[in-house]
Design a protein around this ligand. Structure first.
Ligand code: LLP
Length: 413
């Protein structure tokens, strides 16, 4: 919620009245603050300054080309998880030499495209994947730098769907097996086995699980080096949580990055981080307009023009997003479910929310929606995906047009 501020009772983002944006760009509409995105990125850079490092923005959080370009110009690398994300990074002018490729199910086509682009490293998650990367590198006559993504079996204490570091999860290779896997991987002549990576989950407030995972990874690196592997980089993933509620205990980026920096200091390792949410999450809002109000038994419903297809986090993770009226009103006299037009009872943006009294025609901002918002939007119920707007240097522009009805049927017979 950092960039937001009421001025003359009107909600502004970096000084721009959001009601003006809504009037011209329509609703629902995502609005992002370039200044906040850059400030979050720089908080990582500042904390890591002087230590060998690369901040690879996890673009799955928000992959709009304008945002990627903003971060690429600021010097960011990128963490990608698909050939589509690679395509976006290259289109946005991202430096392939600062790209790491994560994910459990990379296809041959995706791996080959990444080899062709000359990415920095593959975070490999299984032995068959190592063999495939090796074979494709051989075919291209190149060497592929690889970090095994290990699963350190640490509970990240976050929502079950976004926790990834226990052996019950599909991610990575059991850290107990890792040495043997590196040994067997020596047979692959086209791999440079120079890194180790891990990522244990997202929206974490507590450093302890991440520091514990880092300890396990660093112990592994000592063992691997003793066996003659020249491990040069460690990738500790992303995962820093942000405050969705004003009193959420989200640690500052600087503290988090400093803690990890200190962990790996003096070990001759280049540190990679893959933050996503903490770079873009608090930089975005979703604007919506109230369509109707109605009562159902004891319940009051505020029906708005944004729905679960636009922002699925409340429905999928029971996530909380603050909702603010664009025109400041006194008090919090209403207790209501804020729901969209989609035909599912799971289609809500907030439940039992104590909020200011709002009426049809009023505009609302669903806050902290910059991460995992638009990227998880769908066309469910044949709803065009919303427009995206970027506020930069005091003015705003549409960085993705609202989808049209023709966009909805493109490519169909
Ligand atoms: N690296 C890897 C390998 C990841 O899988 C992820 C997130 C990240 C980095 C970035 O994590 P972050 O810094 O953003 O926490 N859709 C969910 C979040 C899914 C996270 C998936 N992986 C949500 O809306 O909360």
């Amino acid at each position: 919620m950092k960039p937001l501020d009421y001025r003359d009772r009107t909600l502004t983002c970096d000084g721009v009245a959001l009601a003006d944006v809504a009037a011209k760009a329509g609703t629902p509409c995502y609005v992002y603050s370039a200044a906040t995105i850059l400030a979050n990125y720089r908080a990582y850079e500042d904390a890591l300054q002087g230590a060998p490092h690369t901040v690879c923005y996890a673009m799955k959080a928000n992959g709009n080309l304008a945002i990627l370009r903003l971060l690429a110009r600021a010097g960011a690398g990128f963490d990608i998880v698909s050939g589509g994300e690679l395509h976006r990074v290259l289109k946005a002018g991202g430096d392939p030499a600062k790209v790491v490729f994560s994910g459990v199910g990379k296809t041959a086509e995706e791996i080959d495209a990444a080899l062709a682009a000359g990415i920095f490293a593959f975070n490999c998650e299984s032995e068959p994947e190592l063999a495939l990367v090796d074979a494709l590198a051989h075919r291209r006559g190149v060497k592929a730098r690889v970090a095994l993504r290990v699963n350190p079996d640490v509970d990240a204490a976050t929502h079950a769907y976004i926790s990834t570091g226990s052996l019950a999860h599909k991610f990575g290779i059991d850290i107990g097996e890792a040495e043997a896997v590196y040994e067997r991987a020596r047979q692959h002549a086209n791999l440079l086995l120079e890194g180790v990576s891990c990522h244990i989950g997202s929206q974490q407030f507590d450093f302890d699980p991440m520091l514990q995972a880092a300890d396990r990874v660093l112990e592994l690196i000592v063992c691997l080096r003793a066996k003659g592997f020249s491990i040069r980089h460690v990738d500790l993933g992303g995962g820093l949580g942000i405050a969705y509620k004003p009193d959420d205990p989200a640690p500052p980026i600087g503290e988090f990055a400093t803690a990890l920096r200190e962990k790996v200091a003096g070990q001759g390792l280049h540190l990679f981080l893959e933050p996503g949410r903490s770079i873009v999450g608090d930089a975005g809002v979703l604007l919506a307009r109230v369509l109707y109000r109605k009562k159902g038994g004891e319940k009051e419903f505020v029906i708005v023009d944004a729905a679960m297809n636009d922002l699925i986090r409340p429905a999928l993770y029971d996530a909380h997003h603050e909702i603010l009226p664009l025109r400041a009103t006194q008090g919090c006299g209403l207790r209501a479910d804020v729901v969209g037009p989609v035909c599912e009872s799971g289609d809500f943006l907030a439940q039992d929310r104590q909020m200011p009294d709002v009426f049809p025609g009023d505009l609302l901002a669903v806050c902290t929606a910059g991460a995992y918002g638009f990227v998880q939007a769908s066309n469910y119920n044949a709803r065009p995906r919303p427009a995206e707007v970027l506020i930069e240097d005091g003015s705003w522009r549409v960085i993705r047009a609202r989808e049209s009805l023709d966009d909805l049927i493109r490519g169909e017979e």
